[in-house]
Design a protein around this ligand. Structure first.
Ligand SMILES: *Cc1c(COP(=O)(O)O)cnc(C)c1O
Length: 552
């Protein structure tokens, strides 16, 4: 709030010229009514856009110039001031000059470690529009046409996944009785929604039982004469699946991991065997869903969706595809075929804040059957009335922002072709990176990229020889050494602040007992080129030579 001449000094206020009173409060709620205040507001917006733009243009920003300890010591005051501390301009300046440089420059093309990256600049404008309009799509009365646009953009993405007929989409696009999907907070809540729907559909109301949503799990198991319900997914399934099972009362042990083949795809024989074991086991177990992953978080690999769909159809099991990462591959004429079989999915998770390049946070869930979401419908008299377009009826969220406006606008600005270029660039650059890694004698490619994610490790040539020894004990010792080298390497590179790859550990061997530490690269930033990736490898070799080689 602005200066005031009759400053009323509060003992706690650090700045005596700032006060909160009705006069000033009123001003911050009004649109600028005169030219001077309009100019001021535009000036602030410029400061945000270009101040932050400068930060994001800097080489990296993954730096630890200030340690976490140092930072956390600076943020310990827990008292809220009675009077204002700062004016808007000061707040903005502080964020740009002091906060942003200590945040992470995820937009750097040298930041290739996570599923968060640069976003098109127009996304900032679109996000601003969403805030400025402040529509609440929980109900029509607070969003009107924006809810209608949401139904339209959901139908567009549904069509990209399921490719139903024009007539199908004409029937459902604005149908108040049916729902093709929903916007949610992210992949986690999308997966949760998928399981919620699958659970409620499986344990539907029947004679003497009002359904699992009202009567709970114990009653559901009793009514359906089962001991437990499980969900099958490859061992590379995202941890959000376990979270969802916990929340839904299935227990997270009910997420049963299935082995993978040498390409990190769900092993179909192991899946069939597990289903056979469950069906013939001592417990009466209901298989609630089988999940196919389209773009595993750690390896980027895609499960054999078409074959999993067949298994699900055969056993009448809900087929969920977790395409949080890989979904937008459908934009690419060259790589769409990798997701063959996704059309058969009963539900599909897609993240907006990943490969749709939307700002945090946006997820989506889609369903093949336009009425299946009825099993999670909640009505309230003051909102969410029956037969209305109130999007809050079949949704995990209550009030929520109009992310659909951002996605709809982005689709218009980019076209499918724009997204296709981004997807192709990621996949092709990752392939080139894999080749480069294989070419270098001090590196080992661990999981080859199917999409735009790969894992590798630094493996000095002298140790690589020992890995081919017959003696399992020697190999194990070398792997332990390599784990330690790669753990240190990743940390040192991050701390030096030039580039960033992430780190995870993958299990190998017959019984998946060998845990090896790997570096993980996610190539989604269109500015990330093969020459930048070579720089990153050079830096890793240099860090090894200078800091690590002597230690081992
Ligand atoms: C990222 C991801 C999730 C979780 O999504 P959030 O948006 O982080 O909640 C789930 N599954 C897969 C495959 C993912 O890549």
């Amino acid at each position: 709030m602005s200066n005031h001449s009759n400053a009323n000094t509060s003992p706690k206020s650090p700045k005596s010229d700032l006060i909160a009173d009705w006069e000033h409060l009123f001003k911050v709620f009004l649109r600028p009514e005169d030219n001077a205040s309009r100019v001021t507001l535009v000036k602030y917006m410029e400061q945000i856009l270009f101040g932050l733009h400068d930060f994001l243009k800097k080489h990296v920003g993954i730096t630890e110039a200030k340690s976490l300890k140092e930072l956390s010591e600076r943020f310990t005051d827990t008292v809220i001031n009675e009077n204002p501390e700062k004016k808007l301009a000061e707040v903005i300046t502080c964020v740009i000059d002091e906060i942003a440089p200590q945040a992470v420059n995820v937009a750097s093309p040298y930041f290739v470690g996570h599923m968060t990256s640069a976003i098109p600049f127009f996304m900032v404008h679109l996000k601003t529009i969403v805030s400025a309009l402040n529509q609440n799509v929980v109900k029509l009365e607070t969003s009107k046409v924006v809810s209608i646009i949401e139904k339209q953009v959901i139908a567009k993405i549904h069509r990209m996944i399921y490719e139903n007929s024009e007539a199908f989409y004409r029937t459902h696009v604005q149908n108040t009785e049916t729902t093709l999907g929903a916007f949610v907070e992210g992949g986690t809540s999308a997966n949760l929604t998928a399981f919620w729907v699958a659970r409620n559909a499986r344990f539907a109301p029947k004679e003497g039982f009002e359904g699992v949503e009202s009567d709970g799990m114990a009653a559901a198991y009793k009514a359906y004469n089962v001991d437990r319900a499980v969900i099958l997914v490859s061992r590379l399934g995202h941890y959000s699946l376990r979270k969802a099972a916990g929340l839904l009362g299935l227990g997270n042990k009910s997420i049963i991991p299935i082995g993978t083949d040498e390409k990190n795809k769900l092993d179909l024989n192991a899946l069939r065997q597990k289903i056979h074991d469950i069906e013939n086991g001592p417990e009466k177990t209901c298989i609630l869903a089988i999940v196919g992953i389209a773009g595993a978080t750690e390896t980027g690999t895609i499960d054999p969706l078409e074959e999993i769909a067949e298994v699900c159809a055969e056993h009448n099991i809900h087929f969920h595809v977790d395409a949080a990462w890989g979904g937008p591959t459908l934009f690419s004429n060259s790589y769409r075929h990798l997701l063959k079989g996704i059309k058969q999915a009963d539900s599909v998770t897609i993240d907006g804040h990943k490969q749709f390049y939307m700002p945090m946070s946006c997820g989506m869930i889609y369903f093949k059957n336009p009425v299946i979401m009825d099993v999670i419908a909640y009505y309230a008299n003051y909102v969410n009335r029956r037969g209305s377009v109130d999007l809050g009826i079949k949704s995990l969220s209550g009030s929520r922002e109009a992310n659909s406006l951002i996605l709809d606008s982005a689709l218009k600005i980019m076209g499918t072709k724009g997204y296709e270029l981004l997807i192709n660039h990621g996949i092709e650059t990752a392939a080139a990176f894999a080749e480069e890694i294989s070419r270098r004698e001090n590196f080992q490619l661990i999981t080859a990229p199917e999409l735009n994610i790969l894992t590798y490790r630094l493996c000095p040539s002298e140790l690589q020889q020992k890995l081919s020894f017959d003696d399992a004990q020697i190999r194990q010792r070398v792997n332990k050494q390599l784990n330690s080298i790669n753990r240190d390497l990743q940390r040192l590179q991050r701390e030096s602040g030039w580039s960033f790859v992430s780190r995870t550990s993958l299990k190998f061997g017959q019984d998946h007992s060998n845990c090896i530490v790997v570096l993980r690269a996610v190539i989604m930033n269109p500015m990330t080129t093969i020459s930048i990736l070579k720089d990153i490898l050079d830096e890793q070799e240099e860090i090894y030579r200078n800091y690590l080689a002597g230690k081992f």
